[in-house]
Design a protein around this ligand. Structure first.
Ligand SMILES: [Zn+2]
Length: 140
């Protein structure tokens, strides 16, 4: 019982440390970006909106590193794909059932002549409608 509570406390502490770390890194990031903003405006005499856009881009870029959560598939955002595991299970079951039953229909197919063939005399690749090899004049 005690150990479970200890581990819970540990977990909460770890979460708090992570949160503090995140907030600190965000503050540092914002300070750096503000300095960069001022630097861009004063030393390069950049237009305000371009400096703002650069800083905004950098902020969002590094925000991704600070706020990275568990990796999540983008498909989980769409409700239609959320039950894909069920669908997969159903598909697997279906495939299992198929593989159990004997399937004579699998052998029912029409034979088609291959689209290309080799000349039996010289080995050049020919279309299947050719009657005569253009290379060696061999009658097919
Ligand atoms: Zn030939």
């Amino acid at each position: 019982m005690l150990s479970i509570e200890d581990s819970k406390d540990d977990l909460i502490r770890r979460k708090r440390i992570k949160l503090v770390f995140k907030i600190l890194s965000l503050i540092i990031l914002i300070i750096i970006l503000i300095y960069l903003f001022i630097y861009l405006l004063e030393t390069h005499s950049m237009p305000f909106y371009i400096a703002f856009l650069i800083v905004l881009f950098l902020f969002l870029f590094f925000l991704g590193f600070v706020l990275k959560n568990k990796k999540r598939s983008i498909l989980s955002l769409f409700p239609a794909f959320r039950e894909s595991s069920k669908m997969e299970d159903r598909q697997k079951e279906y495939i299992k059932q198929l593989s159990r039953k004997p399937r004579p229909d699998i052998l029912q197919f029409n034979y088609q002549k291959p689209l290309i063939e080799k000349c039996p005399n010289c080995g050049i690749i020919l279309a299947n409608f050719m009657k005569k090899c253009p290379n060696c004049n061999y009658e097919l």
